[in-house]
Design a protein around this ligand. Structure first.
Ligand code: ADP
Ligand code: 5GP
Length: 192
């Protein structure tokens, strides 16, 4: 519950490399009553990722079983053979702690969650200054192979066309400005 007694949710989506994780971390460290919604995924853990912290890591067969059991609010095959989904149980866990779920989801997931939660949801699209800058950021980040970077950039071009389906678009050019703007929008939404 929030100060005004509503069960709100915050949705943040962006093409890969736009700066979504950077802005999500900023929000989570700001002391707002937000809690990161841990999704289930069938992709393998990377680097320091811990089961139950970044994701609930499951096999593709287990993921499909959970889909059949109706355990997901929404799910997507974000990349080929890599499933990601938001669990009903996770949202209840977060409300149980008196917090607002923060969904870090892909663009289609963001649009679907907004349809489900309607007025109770604030959906934010993080926009890179350009596709070229997006490519440069992915190269600088150094977490993906050149082939994967091109796949992400290609996907981004179609995702950018969906920005107007979100409540707010934040252009992440100057990071400090983007942080200030997202804080302003989210604080107002939470009602604090
Ligand atoms: P996403 O989660 O959307 O894939 P990240 O938050 O990982 O994106 O950001 C991609 C890369 O770009 C990271 O290396 C990050 O440090 C960098 N970055 C984020 N915002 C900016 C910005 N405004 N200007 C320059 N680099 C940025
Ligand atoms: P990564 O593999 O880099 O952690 O995530 C790939 C993409 O999947 C990111 O855009 C991330 O936001 C998205 N994602 C993570 N969890 C979910 C989810 O539950 N649903 C949807 N639709 N996308 C998700």
């Amino acid at each position: 519950m929030t100060p005004d007694g509503k069960r709100k949710v915050l949705i943040i989506s962006a093409p890969s490399g736009a700066g979504k994780s950077t802005l999500v971390s900023h929000l989570l460290e700001a002391g707002l009553p937000l809690m990161f919604s841990v999704s289930a995924t069938s992709r393998k853990p990377r680097g320091n990722e811990v089961d139950g912290r970044e994701y609930y890591f499951v096999t593709a067969a287990e993921f499909r079983r959970r889909v059949r059991r109706g355990e997901f609010v929404e799910w997507q095959e974000v990349y080929r053979d890599h499933y990601y989904g938001t669990l009903h149980k996770e949202i209840e866990r977060i409300y149980g702690e008196g917090k607002i779920p923060l969904f870090d989801v892909d663009v289609m997931g963001g649009i679907n969650l907004k349809k489900i939660f309607g007025e109770e949801a604030l959906s934010v699209f993080v926009m890179p200054p350009s596709v070229e800058e997006l490519r440069k950021r992915l190269i600088r980040r150094g977490t993906d192979s050149p082939v994967k970077i091109e796949m992400r950039v290609e996907k981004a071009a179609s995702e950018l066309l969906l920005a107007d389906r979100f409540d707010f678009v934040i252009i992440n050019d100057d990071l400090e400005k983007a942080c200030t703007e997202i804080m302003r929008i989210v604080t107002e939404f939470i009602g604090q």
